[in-house]
Design a protein around this ligand. Structure first.
Ligand SMILES: N[C@@H](CCC(=O)N[C@@H](CS)C(=O)NCC(=O)O)C(=O)O
Length: 305
């Protein structure tokens, strides 16, 4: 049986980024299907309140946010690498691409495909984003969202202009997978040449190449089985001081960790380890006992509890 458990749902773009990452590394993994809207009691038992999709579980270690999930997959399974052209630029490119195109892509689908949304979805996403979601205003915003996507897609398309297969050269990497998932979502909802992708044939061919990577080897697991795995395992995290921490945080301190954009549910725990790109906190749940929850640093607020 595989140790890798992905908590996700099929229509989630950020999950598609991770599923394709698992495919690129040729990994076997267990799929736990999450509800698309709250409540998600089995997930929050593991995370302590973090509700976003996807979450990776390996034993009693819970990795939140696709940024950190990809980092952990790279650490545990370095070959083939998500970084065929090195670190730094790949991470920055990934951050820019998904942060600028995910929100317009999903907003267009929410406005134009209400038929595809489950009951209670817009109310749930209003709470999730902290904004009022009005279907009429959403529809009125579509032309501008298409303009925004077209501008960003053009930059991606220009990057492929010299005939390279992937954004940073001949091999697919993190930047491709991050740029791909909003494109995938548009194509899922509006067909393979969905606007404004129809203006970018190079980008469409690139998307086909990424789709061909696949998802690795997926098997089913129930949420209860995943909780049992967490309960029966011990975390791999070890107390580590970050000598460069800008405000001198130390293992043993109680902190909250909260996303700085959407789904801002704080998770409270005892700091175990941290560095420039990761913070690990330990928490206890009545049903599963102790787990360590891992978060990225970029995009998260760490505060004393
Ligand atoms: N920065 C997060 C973003 C994740 C995200 O926004 N995921 C969406 C689904 S693709 C989500 O959580 N939606 C609300 C939900 O599933 O409850 C990541 O990289 O994982």
């Amino acid at each position: 049986m595989t140790d890798i458990i992905l908590h996700h749902y099929d229509i989630s773009p950020y999950s598609e980024k991770v599923r394709t990452g698992l495919g690129l590394k040729g990994l076997a993994w267990a799929s736990v299907e999450l509800p698309v809207i709250m409540p998600k009691p089995n997930l929050t038992a593991l995370t302590g309140g973090y509700r976003k999709t996807p979450v990776l579980q390996i034993g009693a270690d819970i990795y939140c946010d696709s940024q950190l999930i990809m980092r952990e997959l790279e650490r545990r399974y370095p070959t083939p690498s998500f970084y065929p052209a090195g670190h730094g630029a790949a991470d920055a490119l990934a951050w820019w691409a998904e942060k600028t195109t995910f929100s317009p892509a999903v907003s267009i689908a929410f406005a134009k495909r209400p038929d595809a949304l489950p009951e209670g979805f817009l109310e749930d996403r209003a709470k999730f984003s902290g904004r009022n979601i009005d279907p009429i205003a959403m529809m009125a915003a579509v032309p501008n969202l298409l303009d925004q996507l077209r501008a960003h897609f053009d930059w991606l398309d220009q990057t492929l202009a010299d005939g390279r297969s992937f954004l940073q050269g001949p091999a697919a990497g993190l930047a491709d997978l991050a740029a791909y998932h909003p494109v995938w979502f548009l194509r899922q909802n509006f067909g393979s040449a969905a606007a404004p992708l129809d203006g970018f044939p190079r980008l469409l061919t690139w998307a086909e190449r990424i789709a061909a990577i696949g998802h690795g080897s997926r098997s089913q697991m129930s949420a209860q089985q995943a909780l049992d795995v967490a309960r029966d395992a011990t975390s791999i995290a070890r107390a580590t001081v970050d000598p460069q921490d800008p405000i001198g945080r130390k293992p043993g301190q109680t902190v909250t960790v909260t996303p700085d954009d959407t789904g801002r549910d704080p998770v409270v725990g005892e700091l175990v380890a941290s560095d420039v790109h990761e913070i690990v906190i330990r928490r206890s749940d009545r049903e599963i006992g102790e787990v360590c929850v891992h978060f990225p640093r970029a995009g998260f607020v760490v505060a004393p509890a």
